[in-house]
Design a protein around this ligand. Structure first.
Ligand code: LFR
Length: 486
């Protein structure tokens, strides 16, 4: 049985995974490497040439592990970041979305088009990181004048592998320039903000064979444009059933539901939900919650200051802690790198106990669970659906304390796993494109469920904070009175 190679770039590390696809999946991680952005005098930048070299190394290792029997390669990464090409070469190193330049960029875009209109056209939540806000800064500095093509990261790596310039649709949907109804660039908007049309490539559907790889160890093997936004692949790899909420949990927590079409109304905009393009024409209707970045960035700071603070130890100690203050885990002040504890303290009323890393950890996890609950409540109101379960996938789904807190606070059953949902979703779409598997998203998800051990967390009934919550908890548990369920 031939295999496929999934390249999955996350905010801290990249992975190359060899996947054998049959009735069950078997995944082997053959290579892992750091991907973090680097701070320079020129801002927060991504060394994409070094990343490409690591990708080729990993592909070589996967080819060797599979004895060359590989049917396709797929690449996904985080969204919104892009490289600019001129004469086939990078103009400069791409910026990372956490660079503070987006504040000026967003203000520049806002002058051209107000958010109400922008949302009605593109359906993206108002986040400084969106590509359109990064481009706002490029327009201010003239960076685009020499650019011939704008390529989002997976498309950039794909270009270096195949020589073909495309924009895969799921990732293009995070730019703030795509019409979510048609899946094509909104050319009026592009003109209006003064972006040169020439830089935006042809949009292709996830599942398109981009072309044969022309260079390196996988030469001759087809590159498939998978759901190249990592969250699109993660949601393909999530064992979802009707009315389930997904949480793609990692650096960010993406909390949402899969819908047939976008929701672009004013209520949706005011609740700051986003409509990202999914595989097979679906819409990922979700909100970005800040995620485990809050903790990892704090740990980075503590370690730099010489404090030993490993996340597993902190989480183990956090299990025993109660009575923590909570804060808004969707707050944009938490996006930029830097001193995380003092920003959290500012949001949590200045509580000095947050200086203790284990106490801080507990506060982060409880605040994430509360943000999940609030988002799920909004989802129910905005979609008219009644969320049944919460399916948590990605690296964060291994955090059983966070899973349990999520069940307790949302009062919904939680299904956790798979951890490798992104590589799985990537592999399945690549495998389907070359005929190794067939069927709809439900068929693909059946393969996921059969291939992974999922963990189940029931909401605890012993910690209701008010009498009413106790009733809601009970009615949820027994499905007694729908009027009480969320
Ligand atoms: C997750 C993710 C999110 C996106 C953020 C920035 O890795 O792709 O979906 O909002 O990173 O790209």
């Amino acid at each position: 049985m031939p295999s496929v190679i999934a390249v999955d770039l996350g905010a801290t590390s990249g992975r190359v995974v060899l996947t054998t696809v049959g009735d069950r999946l078997s995944l082997t991680e053959v290579h892992r490497f750091p991907t973090a952005a680097r701070r320079s005098d020129d801002g927060l930048r991504l060394d994409v040439e070094a990343l490409f070299a690591e990708v080729q190394t990993g592909i070589g290792m996967a080819m060797a592990a599979a004895d060359g029997d590989v049917a396709a390669v797929g690449i996904d990464s985080w969204a919104v970041d892009y490289g600019l090409l001129a004469g086939g070469r990078l103009l400069d190193l791409p910026y990372n979305y956490r660079d503070e330049r987006t504040a000026a960029g967003r203000a520049a875009i806002e002058k051209q088009i107000g958010h109400a209109e922008l949302y009605a056209r593109t359906g993206l939540q108002d986040l400084p990181i969106n590509t359109i806000n990064q481009l706002g800064h490029d327009l201010l500095t003239g960076r685009l004048s020499g650019a011939e093509h704008l390529l989002l990261l997976p498309d950039l790596l794909g270009y270096w592998l195949t020589g073909r310039v495309v924009a895969e649709r799921t990732n293009a949907s995070t730019t703030g320039l795509l019409d979510p109804r048609t899946g094509q660039w909104d050319w009026d908007l592009v003109d209006r903000i003064g972006l040169p049309r020439r830089i935006l490539p042809e949009v292709v559907e996830p599942g398109t064979v981009v072309g044969p790889i022309t260079t390196g160890p996988a030469a001759g093997i087809p590159l498939v444009a998978v759901g190249s936004h990592d969250t699109a692949s993660a949601v393909v790899g999530a064992p979802l059933a009707e009315d389930d909420v997904f949480i793609s949990s990692g650096t960010w927590s993406l909390v949402g539901m899969e819908l047939d079409s976008p929701l672009l109304d004013e209520a949706s905009r005011l609740a700051n939900f986003t409509n990202e393009g999914g595989v097979d024409g679906t819409t990922r209707y979700l909100k970005n919650v800040m995620g485990l970045w809050i903790l990892s960035e704090a740990v980075r700071g503590w370690e730099a200051a010489g404090l030993r603070a490993a996340v597993p130890d902190l989480v183990a100690r956090a299990r025993e802690i109660t009575g923590v203050p909570t804060f808004d885990a969707t707050h944009p002040s938490l996006i930029a790198p830097g001193d995380m504890p003092s920003r959290v303290k500012a949001l949590a009323g200045g509580d000095e106990r947050l200086d203790d890393p284990a106490f801080f950890t507990r506060a982060v996890l409880e605040s994430l669970a509360i943000a999940y609950r609030d988002t799920i409540d909004e989802l129910a109101a905005l979609t008219g659906r009644r969320p049944r379960r919460v399916v948590i996938v990605g690296g964060g789904s291994a955090n059983s304390l966070l899973n349990q807190l999520t069940a307790d606070v949302t009062r919904l059953p939680v299904v956790a796993g798979p951890v490798e949902a992104t590589a799985i979703g990537n592999s399945l779409v690549a495998a389907r494109a070359v005929g190794l598997v067939h069927g709809s998203l439900s068929d693909l998800r059946r393969i996921v469920s059969m291939s992974t051990d999922l963990r189940h967390h029931s909401p605890a009934l012993d910690r209701p904070t008010t009498e009413l919550e106790a009733i809601v908890a009970l009615s949820n548990e027994f499905g007694a009175n729908p009027a009480f369920t969320r």
